[in-house]
Design a protein around this ligand. Structure first.
Ligand SMILES: *Cc1c(COP(=O)(O)O)cnc(C)c1O
Length: 437
């Protein structure tokens, strides 16, 4: 029947083919090294396909504007509780539909247009939403950058503390998208609190490492708020959250997220977020520690093959990320494109010494190993990946030849690990239950 439909409606066939071909390409045939991506477990994916995607739930659990939500309310409370257990706080709100939306709500709660924010600078990896070009700018908040120390590849703490005391901002932001060493929450929070500023630490990239216990939890180090995505090292559905130390901050941001930044908050992701939280409770420690081991192993393996990996002097990385300086190999655009032709998926990235006009062709490549770790790869596989990357970047082999090896290599890593396992029959049963209840 499907075959008949596909031959009768060419546009339908086109959409169908693009979707299934993409899925085969990225789930079977590529080595995915984008640091902001991950894959859900089959159980989380299946429960994502539920009727809640059709419904509206404005307001808060048990205080909604529409009827029919008794199970949604309970599920939202449960999912928030599970995330709270992992983050060691009672105050988690899953209504932000993305990390950027969470930032918007947190920034807006503590500032008015014209107020000042002291932010971790772009060199320290800051996300566009923390800058005048993104959410911060859209809210009319003035951006003042903390100084950066290239030796530490981090915020220059002493200078940042002085700056905060001088500027007396309303908010201070930490966290980043190019994020290899933890930002110094404790001293920054002390300085911020001494001038009455709130500290918002954006952990979008490292949430999975925090709940796995291998990265410091900013909430226990003095940050007032964490904002996050739920789909980077935390391998849940695309979405966002904020969590706070104090109940009053939780309530205040809660009054801003709705009605200012979401109405419906994409309810079908709640079940998948809860399943992922449960999987992280069971397997998160093993997953997160393997992620960091893999990142260090990949960095070492690339460096030993003549590719410049930044921060050798500090052991390359403490996170899921490995940062390459490819200025000797044709720069970021060329390298990322050649790797893509070999089915190795990375992104080009600005490095601290790049000039603003280098944005189209920066000198860096950012790599994240969280997804390949989920596919079950360990240190030995990191060495193989480094060899494949080297063949493209250093040896300038024909990418098509490397692509064949990549597809062969992936064949042994087609099942998501660190999650609840179900059988193929269970999958069919569950899908059928969700489609035809
Ligand atoms: C990815 C990222 C975001 C944005 O998250 P979305 O969920 O894509 O909106 C925000 N902050 C940081 C630091 C990020 O890396």
């Amino acid at each position: 029947m499907l075959e008949d439909l596909l031959s009768k409606y060419p546009d339908l066939k086109h959409v169908y083919d693009l979707t299934t071909t993409h899925t085969r390409y990225r789930k079977r045939e590529t080595i995915n090294l984008i640091a902001s991506e991950n894959v859900m477990s089959p159980l989380a994916m299946l429960l994502y396909l539920n009727d809640m995607m059709h419904r509206y739930a404005e307001g808060k659990p048990f205080k909604r504007f529409y009827q029919g939500l008794k199970y949604v309310d309970e599920l939202e409370v449960k999912a928030s509780e599970l995330m709270g257990q992992l983050l060691n706080t009672k105050f988690v709100d899953l209504r932000p539909v993305s990390g950027t939306t969470a930032n918007a709500a947190a920034f807006r709660t503590f500032t008015k247009p014209g107020d000042k924010a002291v932010v971790a600078p772009v060199q320290a990896g800051a996300h566009v939403s923390h800058t005048r070009y993104g959410t911060l700018g859209a809210l009319g908040i003035e951006q003042i950058d903390m100084p950066f120390s290239l030796e530490e590849w981090n915020i220059d703490v002493d200078k940042a503390v002085k700056l905060i005391e001088e500027v007396k901002p309303k908010i201070v932001t930490l966290g980043g998208s190019l994020y290899i060493f933890p930002h110094p929450t404790r001293p920054i929070a002390e300085a911020a609190h001494s001038v009455g500023a709130k500290v918002i630490h954006d952990v979008a990239h490292v949430l999975g490492l925090i709940v796995g216990g291998v990265w410091p939890n900013p909430l226990t180090e003095g940050a007032d708020v964490i904002t996050s995505s739920t789909h980077k090292t935390f391998p849940g559905p695309q979405g966002g959250l904020f969590a706070t130390r104090l109940e009053e901050d939780y309530k205040e941001i809660g009054k801003v997220i709705f009605p200012m930044f979401v109405s419906n908050h994409h309810l079908h992701r709640l079940a998948a977020t809860a399943i992922t939280a449960l999987e992280m409770r069971e397997f998160g420690r093993d997953y997160a520690s393997q992620v960091v081991k893999n990142a260090k192993a990949l960095a070492q393996a690339l460096a030993s093959r003549g590719i410049k990996v930044v921060m050798e002097e500090k052991g390359y990385t403490e996170s899921h990320q490995v940062v390459l300086d490819v200025s000797r190999h044709g720069r970021g655009t060329k390298v990322a494109t050649a790797l893509e032709e070999a089915n190795i998926i990375v992104n080009k990235n600005m490095l601290p010494w790049d000039r603003p006009e280098d944005v189209k062709d920066p000198s860096g490549i950012r790599i994240g190993v969280q997804e390949v770790t989920r596919w079950g790869m360990r240190e030995g596989e990191m060495d193989e990946i480094a060899e494949l990357i080297k063949q493209v970047v250093v040896d300038k082999r024909d990418p098509a030849e490397v692509r064949r090896k990549v597809i062969e290599f992936r064949k042994e890593f087609l099942e998501v690990q660190y999650c609840f396992k179900i059988s193929r029959e269970d999958e069919v049963k569950l899908l059928s239950l969700l489609l035809h209840p």
